[in-house]
Design a binder for this molecule. Sequence first.
Ligand code: NAD
Length: 495
Amino acid sequence: MGGRLVNAPRQFLNLIDGQARPAASGEWIDSIDPATGQVWAQVPAGGAADIDDAVAAARRAFRTWRRTPAMQRAALLRALAAAFAEWSQSLAEIETRDNGRILTETTAGDLPAVVQMLHYWAGAADKIHGETVDIGPASINYVQREPIGVIGMIVPWNAPLAIFVAKAGAALAAGNTIVVKPPESASCSILEAAALFEKAGFPPGVMNVVAGLGSVAGDALAGHPDVGKIAFTGSTATAGAITARTASAIKPLSFELGGKSANIVFADADLDLATVGVTTAAIYTGGAGQACIAGSRILVQRPVYEEMIERIGRAAAAIRLGDPMDRATQMGPIALEGQYGKVRSYLDIGLDEGAEMVLGGGSGAELFEPGSALGGGYFVQPTLFAGVRPDMRIYREEIFGPVACIVPFDDEEEAIGMANDSPYGLACGLWTNQLKRAHRVAAGVDVGAVWINTYRRIHWALPFGGMKQSGYGRDSGMESLRGYQHTKSVWVDLT
Ligand code: NAD
């Protein structure tokens, strides 16, 4: 008799039309625990056949879901929020195991936020209003907001569940159905959560998930003619590939992409607050700086530049790297081997470019006792480069790891110019005790989110997204609902 081997990797399944299924090909992708480099799970290697089935199911489900009374959609979203609340601990553990972001962040941050997002969208579902437009007595003209249809969602590995739910809540509230393609290196939390939609009472086919490679399942989803919109979070390069793939299909796209955000410290700031704000809050995070909004460019006014380097050094030295499942750990590993290699390559690039590594630079087994299981993990020390020129790659390119550049500036105008001297435009932090300066700088920076005397704050009620190479379209907030709706203008002749 067959049976599961003891310690065999746990296998997660796709959900298509209410059925938990392996990939049609029968193939699997190994999911690696980045803290040890060991395989801990397997996810289906879905392909075009699975995407076809999922899109067909979502299309069928759309016919009735779009006509489901709004209050019923709201009630289902509330039930889904309750199901996520009930299962939040195990979902947080799965995500931490899969992508290495520390358990304290996934349990205290992501999962409570996911539950609140679903309540928020439940509240929105029965408040979708059209409008009438007065163009004269000869007609009645009204505008309806209608769901688009099947939404294809493609998400990255740094916070897959929260990024997915931010999109899914809005899409479902608006009356759309979903096919989501999770990231191949961290699919497990979304695959596990799929069962909660069934548990909450969603009809089969309203939410489908197909795991697989981006170049296979992601490509098939983006190119599918029956997918009405692609809502994507990930790298700018992949957004380009999706744009090319959908060029002749003419479908709306929304892109939440990368960043190289400036975190600006003025000499008048509370430097204790600013030190936390430019280190553990911004770049030396529980997810090892793998955040699109990471404050990877620290701009410091010259009078406090040297002092801030010392302060950052002291703060970084106190950060405890280790097992992300351990609640004492403050920074976990890089989520996957390829990204680990990329981050380490930037350490060499920075040195080759002539920057000065004033902090960190260590990685891998050298950070742990010999024989530690963590020696096989993808850890990188908090690292800081000084002596950076604005043309250097480490200053311009998104590294997506715990690596920052620190650069001095003299005045406000120069700081704004430096913040905007980037192909990206996602976020900006600024630290000052001058009220007028704070608002002037906030108005001057070309980004989608500004934090004043705080950093990396995201809320389901606030629109989130970028400018320039950081993308277009917004997640969260009522504005994002519009991204999942068509408007229809109806003209009733009265003559
Ligand atoms: P990625 O672009 O490599 O992958 C993202 C998703 O796209 C994955 O699911 C992947 O399988 C899929 N994909 C890859 N190639 C594809 C293709 N040809 N067609 C369709 N889908 C494809 O990004 P990543 O490395 O997983 O994530 C890191 C990036 O995501 C960083 O640039 C980061 O800044 C960005 N990010 C942005 C936000 C935001 O909200 N702005 C949030 C988190 C991460």
